[in-house]
Design a protein around this ligand. Structure first.
Ligand code: IPM
Ligand code: MG
Length: 360
């Protein structure tokens, strides 16, 4: 089989880590009998530098013409990069949001998993993480505050800004279904996170989640307020299986969840629409401060590529093999600097990619 993959290398460490992921994908293709045709697409700062805007219609068309999108990371240093002198709608992040919307990528899956080998990097006390934890954040990605009407005005000499948080029941229902579907393949527990003690949008969220839950009698579910959830994530992360939440809460909680694993450089993500199509990218940012030094950890992107094989192409065996190769590299004691600990062998971005290929 041959698949078309749009590749957005992006900014900062993006190009280095995506190159390693492509290397691993090609190796997996040789072994498991598939091939990938890559089409490079510009987005974010890289697109601003060439076209003056972070996302062109041509870039959207190239992504739509592909079977999936593999992405590195976008954006630069917000206080020093010239990209952030542009008006907000022309900055790198606006490109990413527009692409999510254009491709209707409403379901964002962000796993947070404690690797046995990397337990030392976890900032929580051992008694809290004993036995590990493994959760999946299902974040709504194309609605809510991110896409609501916003404006800044001046009224009687006073500046005033609005951002509106809107969800309709259809948007809530489709993401809730995704959350329950994924729970069925995991430990059958959904924690739906909202702020229903204050927000109308959250009260509707809760009602619709309850309706959807009726179709999944095997899944146990609970509602949790977002402030409590932020606390529970550090108090007892083991309690979570699937966290289902809206866009803004999911943005914040997924950073927190990844940090408690101690290894944000390891965490992948998938953004999916109603079909098999998806955009796959690491959960971390573009780390402009370490770009081009061959020290970034490519594993999150490599694991995102494995998610692409699994979710978009149904190549489960190849995806399993990539995940196993990553585990093996860790067992064999190789570490990039972000996950380095005593007695381990420090390697760079390229070496990490090679070591994973060797173990495939
Ligand atoms: C993320 C990022 C983006 C978001 C930014 C870059 C717009 O933080 O993917 O979590 O807020 O969704
Ligand atoms: Mg974020």
């Amino acid at each position: 089989m041959n698949y078309k993959v749009a590749v957005i290398k992006g900014d900062g460490i993006g190009p280095e880590i995506v190159t390693e992921a492509q290397k691993v994908l090609d190796k997996a293709g040789e072994k498991f009998g598939f091939s990938l045709d890559y089409k490079e697409v510009l987005m974010g700062g890289a697109s601003i530098d060439v076209h003056g805007i972070p996302l062109t219609d041509e870039a959207i068309a190239d992504c739509k013409a592909s079977d999936a999108v593999l992405m590195g990371s976008i954006g630069g240093n917000t206080s020093t990069s010239p990209w952030y002198k542009l008006e907000p709608s022309k900055r790198p992040e606006a490109g990413l949001l527009a692409l999510r919307k254009a491709l209707n990528l409403f379901a964002n899956l962000r796993p947070a998993y404690l690797y046995e080998e990397l337990k030392g990097a976890c900032p929580l006390k051992e008694e809290i993480t004993e036995g590990g934890f493994d959760m999946m954040i299902m974040r709504e990605l194309t609605g809510g505050l991110y896409f609501g009407e916003r404006k800044t005005i001046e009224e009687d000499g006073v500046r005033k800004a609005y951002d509106s948080l809107t969800y309709d029941e259809n948007e809530i229902r489709r993401i809730a279904k995704r959350g329950f579907d994924i729970a069925m393949k995991r430990n059958k527990k959904v924690t739906s996170v909202d702020k229903a003690n204050v927000l109308d949008s959250s009260r509707l969220w809760r009602k619709v989640v309850e309706e959807v839950a009726k179709d999944y009698p095997e899944v146990s579910y609970e509602h949790m307020l977002v402030d409590n959830c932020a606390m529970q994530l550090v108090r007892d992360p083991k309690q979570f299986d699937v966290i289902l939440t809206e866009n803004m809460f999911g943005d914040i909680l997924s950073d927190e969840a990844s940090m408690v694993t101690g290894s944000i450089g390891m965490l992948s993500s998938a953004s999916l629409n109603e079909t098999k199509f998806g955009l796959y990218e690491p959960s971390h940012g573009s780390a402009p401060d370490i770009a081009g030094q061959n020290i970034a950890n490519p594993i999150a992107t490599i694991l995102s590529a494995a998610m692409m094989l699994r979710f978009s192409f149904d190549l489960d065996e190849a995806a399993d093999a990539i995940e196993a190769a990553v585990k093996k590299v860790l067992e064999d004691g190789y570490r990039t600097v972000d996950i380095m600990s005593d007695n381990m062998t420090k390697v760079g971005t390229k070496e990490m990619g090679d070591l994973i290929c060797e173990r495939l």
